[in-house]
Design a protein around this ligand. Sequence first.
Ligand code: UGA
Length: 451
Amino acid sequence: MALKITVIGTGYLGATHAAAMAELGFEVLALDVVPEKIELLSSGRVPMYEPGLEELLRKHVAGIEGSTGRLRFTLEWAEVADFGDVHFVCVNTPQKHGEYACDMSYVDAAVESLAARLTRPALVVGKSTVPVGSAERLAARIAELAPAGPEVTLAWNPEFLREGYAVQDTLHPDRIVIGVNGPRAEEAERTLRQVYATPIAEGSPFVVTDFPTAELVKTSANSFLATKISFINAMAEVCEAAGGDVAKLAEALGHDDRIGRKFLRAGIGFGGGCLPKDIRAFMARAGELGADQALTFLREVDSINMRRRGHMVELAREAVGGDSSFLGKRVAVLGATFKPDSDDVRDSPALNVAGQIHLQGGQVTVYDPKGMANARRLFPTLGYADSALEAVRGADVVLHLTEWREFRELDPAALGAAASRRLILDGRNALDPARWREAGWTYRAMGRPNA
Ligand code: UGA
């Protein structure tokens, strides 16, 4: 009999996972505790911008004309417990206020609400990013609470999807990692091989580990990526001091396939809902385990990253006159989201820079192709424009802070006619300097010599 799947939590991870499971042919029931989200998703709409997700959802949500009807949403725990053979826990684990550690309360609540209602055999699969050791603790909790007792098993299956590529990463993962343990480990592995039969057949590697290793794969992958970005940003600092060009440096390094060219783009650094909080939670957890020394380098990775934002503010200050304030200066900011192809502004370096300049008296006008509504909610006092051209009108300096394709395709001449001064600072090293310089702009980028 075909497995029935539930997904608990319908944020980026859960909504995408639910739609992907339906696409793989399973009957899926997804739960969230927020009624507005359930209402929106049930009508085939997605509460965030993620390329391809709404289309995939509409292809499967029950009640939508022409859909397969394989995907439904609910607010009821009992319905979920009753329906599922496999339950994926996809709730978020944000950073705790005033602490490095992550907040496990949503994961704990989800697992407890579900476990207490499991009266039939089921596999609970954790996908949330959690501190190592959580799976073992949650397995014990499930054993305590589940009426079906030992017939309920836990497995850990971290998720590696990137925002902007969530659908593709979920349907065609570059690896599937599962952590299993206990007397039913083999059965859990068999079940997950069935769930992921399609990507496995396509060649996705399937790695089976114990609980702690599976949890660690996730946090160490994000730590490695963060380290790579901070490495190149540290090189950008040295390049600036030595008169080198970090973009060329990265290109040359990238030809060494042991290093690789990806994640070597210097600029204002990483942000978002994952990398910053994951490295902090990892440090906090290592401290609890008495292994804090092993991760002290992540503190440096974090501070190199946070320095980038301050450095961008300083470059902008220099650009508008060099004295101590931005008073009376107009600053256009292109980009608000933490990366392109997303409307996510969580811990966005772009908005952080915009906010700092605004707080120092600059008149900041922001434009972003998809992040305007979220940016306005977070920073209501910044100025916002409906287009790049409008943001740039009258500006003393233009900051390019999120590398949207739309910005690479802008016409520097048209923008030049609107700006008060033709001065652009590229915080992502993503624009073509020659195009901007030809149109009369002074183009400066981080870690590169001024022409
Ligand atoms: C990240 C990981 O890449 C995913 O594998 C992981 O599943 C996800 O976190 C998660 O934990 O859920 P994501 O947060 O979508 O994915 O963003 P990334 O593509 O990793 O980018 C993070 C930040 O690094 C962005 O602000 C981006 O602009 C910045 N970045 C990236 C650079 O500054 N330079 C680069 O060369 C690459």
